[in-house]
Design a protein around this ligand. Structure first.
Ligand SMILES: [Zn+2]
Length: 587
């Protein structure tokens, strides 16, 4: 009996000891359905977070109690689904922000649509600010069918300044068509350029010989207007960034692998200094900047101001381009486009000196990659057509032999159409396939017209890539190209990879359904794989004690719902570096 009492006392002391030495957490998530992306445990109930790190992953709610102190915020997840925060491996962040706060006319091909969109932007930008761009008519163009793409259609919609003049009295506008061949100036812009009553070359006139506001590309009239466009103020550019960050947080994205210009790097720094940078950034400068960055004392993985290794804002890989894009028949193929028998696609300035970009100079790219490697950067290179992808793999193979090691972290970006014999080469070289699943839902409207059925078997062929041992990395390519708008919310990418249909569920059963992948595989490509792809695999990408606390909470369990319902999920909460950066209202 006495022995038992001593033992009980010791136990009590032990417990007291344990509970007072457990460091209280800043944040505890409990009662969740938590998918850790680890094997042991794969699922958890609760998480404790101190500062920016996960300190405990717990499979029982009561185990979380000892982490709760007076200043701990406790969030009851109510059984909701939590995953490691989504990492988007491909964004054009500044363009995305510019599109949110600026005119987006890709789907606009009528007067009312134009007016509505321009009025929305007038409210955002403030008096006196120029409104430019827009790319009207892109979807109208492609709706005509690939065969008619590029041809002049008589019935094509053409805007007139009258339809926007009354809503833009204080904002000069110069809007553009999707192919940048035609522009629309409003009366405020014409007046500012002294063209209101002019008849200068390049101005389209109406039946009464008055300017319609339409101005042709390359004309003296267009130059006159362009000369007086006031550049966006720094504050307006920062506001565009803020709009982009808000969208990312609302979408559960905790990090982007961004295509970043020098100017945008400065803006990221400014936002970080202001405490406004709510997303991790892995900045990918252009491939041509390797030598310049080295001279500045920069290398991959370092913060642009401190030059120290950083997990939040840092330089990433150098971004190169081998060929064009599918949307404009520019991706490079071994055989010509099925609907344009003389066109094989084209190179880019990284791979050609030809003004028409038709003659290759692969040595140019190889040299740029070597300079980058010397400066400590890996490369991520855009390659879309089957020849583009094959040439990129050839280049990487040569590099692997030169370096005498496999190419961890090097990527083929898009890897959109692949020949059967090229699939195994990704694993052999250890090169990552950075793919954009949502392109399937959008591009399938013209893929078979452009490259025919046989070649489409290797298009967005994620299952074949996985079966051949390639590592998949998911990115959105937000906000898209001059030919298409690409969604960034993860539900669109996961839906496309798992269902391979349009947003309306077409075609039934999926487009080349043998290439569908599972939700688990999609989540992996969106979380841990992208952390590894940014050389941060030990620090992030899964939910594990010691890792940085990046977490996304969804309102439904993606692994349990019918895949047809993936588009119905909502992001309820986003946690970046231990901080809650988004909570869905009215939930
Ligand atoms: Zn892109």
């Amino acid at each position: 009996m006495r022995k038992l009492m001593v033992w009980a006392a010791a136990l009590a002391v032990g417990f007291a000891f344990a509970s007072c030495t457990t460091e209280k957490a800043d944040l505890v998530l409990r009662n969740g359905d938590i998918y850790t992306m680890e094997t042991n445990p794969a699922w958890a109930k609760a998480l404790a977070i101190s500062g920016n790190k996960i300190v405990a992953v717990l499979d029982r709610d009561q185990d979380a109690d000892r982490y709760i102190g007076p200043s701990t915020r406790v969030i009851d997840l109510g059984g909701r689904f939590a995953v490691p925060g989504f990492i988007d491996a491909h964004t054009h962040f500044n363009s995305a922000g510019a599109l949110i706060n600026g005119v987006n006319l890709l789907t606009v091909a009528d007067d009312q649509g134009l007016r509505r969109e321009v009025a929305r932007v007038v409210n955002i930008v403030g008096e006196g600010e120029w409104i430019t761009g827009g790319l009207w008519g892109a979807y109208e163009e492609w709706a005509l069918g690939a065969a008619a793409a590029g041809e002049k259609k008589k019935a094509r919609w053409e805007p007139d300044r009258k339809s926007i003049d009354d809503v833009t009295a204080n904002n000069p506008c110069l809007l553009s068509s999707f192919d940048s061949k035609l522009f629309l100036a409003n009366t405020t812009a014409l007046r500012a350029a002294g063209l209101e009553d002019a008849r200068l070359e390049g101005m389209k006139l109406d039946a009464r010989r008055a300017p319609t506001g339409l101005i042709y590309a390359g004309s003296p009239a267009l130059r006159r207007i362009r000369d007086i466009i006031k550049p966006k103020s720094e504050e307006r550019l920062l506001n565009e960034n803020r709009a982009g960050l808000k969208k990312l947080a609302e979408s559960g994205i905790v990090e982007i692998h961004d295509i970043t210009s020098k100017e945008q790097t400065e803006r990221f720094l400014k936002l970080q200094q202001n405490g406004e940078l709510t997303c991790r950034i892995w900045m990918r400068p252009d491939l041509s900047r390797g030598a310049e960055l080295q001279e500045m004392g920069m290398t991959m993985g370092v913060h642009p101001a401190t030059r120290q290794r950083d997990h939040y804002l840092r330089y990433g890989a150098l971004k190169g381009y081998i060929d064009g894009i599918m949307g404009t028949h520019g991706a490079l193929f071994f055989e010509p486009y099925s609907d344009q028998p003389d066109n094989y696609g084209h190179y880019r300035t990284h791979t050609s000196d030809d003004p028409k970009l038709l003659a290759p100079n692969m040595k140019k790219m190889e040299d740029l990659i070597r300079v980058g490697v010397k400066a400590g950067f890996v490369t991520n290179v855009h390659a879309i057509g089957d020849k583009g992808v094959a040439l990129m793999l050839d280049t990487y193979e040569k590099l692997m032999q030169e370096m005498g090691k496999t190419l961890e972290g090097f990527r083929v970006i898009h890897a959109q159409v692949i020949r059967p014999e090229d699939f195994p080469r990704f694993q052999k070289l250890h090169v990552i396939a950075e793919v954009n699943p949502y392109h399937i839902s959008d591009d399938m409207r013209w893929m078979e017209e452009r490259i025919a059925h046989e070649r489409c078997k290797g298009a967005y062929a994620f299952k074949s890539l996985l079966d051949n041992g390639a590592m998949l990395s998911f990115g959105s390519d937000w906000p898209g190209t001059s030919a298409a708008e690409y969604h960034m919310h993860p539900k669109y990418l996961i839906h496309a990879a798992v269902n391979r249909t349009t947003l309306n569920g077409q075609p039934e059963g999926g487009w080349f359904p043998e290439q569908k992948i599972s939700v688990e595989e999609a989540l992996k490509a969106y979380t841990i794989n992208n952390a590894i792809a940014a050389f941060d695999g030990d620090a992030r990408g899964s939910l594990k004690a010691g890792k940085l606390a990046d977490i996304t909470v969804l309102d439904q369990n993606l692994l349990k719902i019918d895949p047809k319902d993936i588009l119905k999920i909502n992001v309820d909460m986003t946690i970046v570096d231990g901080k809650v950066v988004f909570e869905r209202a009215g939930r």
